[in-house]
Design a protein around this ligand. Structure first.
Ligand code: IMP
Length: 424
């Protein structure tokens, strides 16, 4: 059993798709276990760029099963766009399977998400507007529709009779938004059924049993710092990107997991609102953004950029269950004279030093990073193929990240292509 979970070790966008794509080579099945089309996973294959949102990154291999698990939420129109886009580019989708237990994002979920982003002045999350929080809210409030409901008219009708009166009440009186009639919802659900039908795997229990003794790759979306339990709450997504989420969201027990690859950038980025202690609102931040092409895959938003934060790296290793790090975008620093690493936070009010992550993010406005400065390597490393061939200063940087985060690096990415990867 060589089963691996790939998770984001920061605020998402760490380059998980490239690492998943790489590790998928030796996997038999790739399972996406949480989140929805809020994720944007970019894979470069044969010089072509593929932007995936929900379809697991293993899809570009012809012989893999790619399973979208029960822990995910699915926005039908985006799923349709994504699958049709891939088919039009000649990608074989015969291995793509969708759990009938995944929850459907309905139009009122995206309506309320947009309302919350546009209307709420205080407490705005900076969401991807894909209705993620609202869909998970309904899931846990036990008033969501699951994909399997679309395939049984009687169940769908019964569920809508329970859900809609309550939903419409809040849509109208709380948000002043459009209400949905039962007829309208049933018509929409017919459309959704057509979209999902080719992919729904009603036989998922047999599928999971069949692959139990094969090699499984669990693909996380977002990252530890966006985890609803351990992230920078409330500025988080509404699912569990940590490795623990892989078990819940896939249908396999925790003993099925052997290692957890935490993907981290050689620096830090985040999109949306919320605390970010090492954020650089200056020319250096702009330079990282330009060198690293830091614009969101799903929303196109410029990402906030900052130095590598070993306080969050150490926290992610602990709570994410990370057993090894894949460090990406190391080449972004090729032309930097010096590189900083945040080793701790200092409270500006009283000088208190934090080396462990202080979880109350509302207090982060009082924190400033404590930096250690390392010399840059001033050399193009994007074509380096082995660790030995890396410049001495790059090795020093990597070593320091390992020491501070308490975890070994086993993969170093020096460019977007599959070939630009050093495996240790
Ligand atoms: P939501 O998941 O759309 O509700 O957004 C909640 C927060 O998570 C916002 O700050 C988003 O920008 C962030 N977020 C959600 N998905 C991703 C992702 O795939 N990469 C980076 N940030 C994300």
């Amino acid at each position: 059993m060589d089963n691996t979970v790939v998770i984001g070790g920061q605020w998402g966008d760490e380059g998980k798709a490239k690492i998943t794509d790489l590790l998928a080579q030796s996997a038999d099945i790739v399972i996406r276990y949480q989140g929805g089309c809020n994720a944007g996973h970019t894979v470069v294959y044969d010089g072509e760029i593929y932007k995936l949102h929900l379809v697991p990154s293993g899809i570009l291999y012809k012989d893999k099963i790619c399973f979208i698990g029960a822990g995910t939420v699915v926005l039908p129109d985006v799923f349709k766009q994504e699958t049709e886009g891939l088919k039009n580019r000649g990608v074989d989708l015969s291995g793509l399977k969708l759990s009938p237990l995944a929850v459907i994002t309905l139009p009122y979920h995206t309506d309320v998400d947009a309302w919350a982003e546009d209307t709420a002045k205080k407490g705005k999350i900076g969401s991807t507007r894909r209705g993620i929080g609202q869909t998970y809210t309904d899931k846990y409030a036990r008033c969501a529709l699951k994909i399997e409901d679309l395939f049984d008219e009687e169940t769908l009708s019964e569920k809508l009779d329970i859900i809609l009166p309550l939903k419409n009440k809040t849509l109208k009186s709380v948000y002043g938004l459009k209400e949905y009639s039962k007829y309208e919802m049933i018509e929409l659900c017919k459309k959704y059924k057509e979209i999902f039908e080719p992919y729904v795997c009603f036989d998922w229990q047999n599928l999971l049993n069949e692959y139990k003794n094969k090699t499984i790759l669990f693909e996380g979306a977002q990252g530890v710092m966006l985890d609803v339990d351990y992230g920078t709450y409330p500025f988080v997504t509404s699912s569990n990107p940590i490795a623990g989420g892989a078990s819940v969201g896939s249908g396999y027990g925790p003993c099925m997991i052997k290692r957890v690859v935490g993907v981290m950038k050689a620096y830090t980025t985040r999109v949306g609102e919320g605390a970010f202690v090492t954020e650089l609102n200056d020319e250096t931040g702009d330079r990282i953004r330009d060198n690293g092409h830091e614009y969101g895959t799903t929303t196109g938003r410029p990402r906030r950029c900052g130095w590598f934060d070993s306080v969050i790296a150490r926290y992610a290793v602990l709570t994410g269950g990370i057993t090894t790090i894949a460090l990406t975008k190391t080449d972004v620093f090729d032309d930097f004279d010096e590189i900083k690493i945040c080793t701790a936070y200092k409270d500006k009010r009283n000088g208190k030093i934090y080396t462990e992550y202080p979880t109350n993010v509302f207090m982060h406005k009082y924190l400033e990073p404590v930096y250690e400065i390392l010399d840059g390597w001033k050399q193009d490393i994007s074509n380096v193929k082995t660790y030995d061939d890396l410049p001495q200063n790059t090795k020093k940087y990597l070593k320091r990240i390992e020491e501070l985060s308490g975890c070994k690096i086993s993969i170093i990415s020096v460019g977007a292509d599959r070939e630009q990867t050093i495996i240790l």
